[in-house]
Ligand binder design. Sequence first.
Ligand SMILES: *[C@@H]1O[C@H](CO)[C@@H](O)[C@H](O)[C@H]1NC(C)=O
Ligand SMILES: *[C@@H]1O[C@H](CO)[C@@H](O)[C@H](O)[C@H]1NC(C)=O
Ligand SMILES: *[C@@H]1O[C@H](CO)[C@@H](O)[C@H](O)[C@H]1NC(C)=O
Length: 308
Amino acid sequence: MRFLILVLTVPAVYCVEWTRVPNDWPVIGVLIQEFGPPNISYIPSSYVKFVEAAGARVVPIHINRDGAYYQKILPQLNGVLFPGGSVGIENSGYAIAGRVIFEYALRANQRGEYFPLWGTCNGFEMLSFLAIDENVLTPCNAMNDPRPLKLTPYAKTSRLFGGLESDLLSHLTKENTTANFHEYCLTMTNFTKYGISQYYDPLSTNHDIDGLEYISSMEAKHYPFYAVQFHPEKNVFEWVNREGHSNIPHTEGAIEVAQFFARFFIDEARKSNHRMPSDIFERESIYNFQAEYTGHKSVFMQTYFFNE
Ligand SMILES: *[C@@H]1O[C@H](CO)[C@@H](O)[C@H](O)[C@H]1NC(C)=O
Ligand SMILES: *[C@@H]1O[C@H](CO)[C@@H](O)[C@H](O)[C@H]1NC(C)=O
Ligand SMILES: *[C@@H]1O[C@H](CO)[C@@H](O)[C@H](O)[C@H]1NC(C)=O
């Protein structure tokens, strides 16, 4: 409902603003997520590398902070990435911070400040929730399941897929290049029935292991918000190869697909003319943290841990 009110009453005007940039020094906020033990939270390094390899720098966005923290840091970032994971999309620390970021992004774009959002997996699921303030996901079976995308009629004219060249199109739609690791799905039925379709266009679908068809990518109609249910970052940066985690595609096509998504998102961030003062960047950036090797005990090769 929230999205409805804001979207319908105040259209985004970013198209005017971003013609004045590009900003070749983009800084992306990557949202931290809580972890099992109390007060430990993390970002898999693959998301940081995904952003860095496309030409941007990363500032982790902390969870469980007061409003002043978010209101100060968000106007200095050029976009936010919501990583995958396994937390609740309504009330977790990740979700509470996610809502603050989402509402900020709506208002910033309405003011003419281009501010893109990218959701991967858990992030996709959270963006579907935030659109209508209702969780309409259904349990499904799509773990360790790489698939080609089945593009919808919206894809051709979309921002995300509208300019796809034929090689990339082929990698994306004919090969198993999108790595799925999720147990909840957004079906076309619920997408339409609960009105997410008023705010987002569905760009592709996939079938899960049991044949359920679900939406695997979407973009907001009037905002630079993008969400994918699969994990492009894993294709390039995750190599754990254990039972239940053995099917990450690493083919040349899979790498191109992953880099395409990263470059698309960072190109969007270049349209944002927010700037982070260098003293704040020095204090807040991911370079202040050390990634740990975790490939022997988790599904991530390296992980950044935080105490919060
Ligand atoms: C977690 O953080 C909260 C608030 O900072 C603190 O009150 C609590 O004692 C911490 N718990 C642990 C187990 O460290
Ligand atoms: C639709 O959403 C409801 C929750 O509101 C969920 O219980 C149900 O499984 C979903 N159905 C489909 C077909 O996605
Ligand atoms: C993709 O993976 C499925 C199994 O999940 C397999 O049946 C299919 O042949 C694969 N397709 C390609 C093009 O490799």
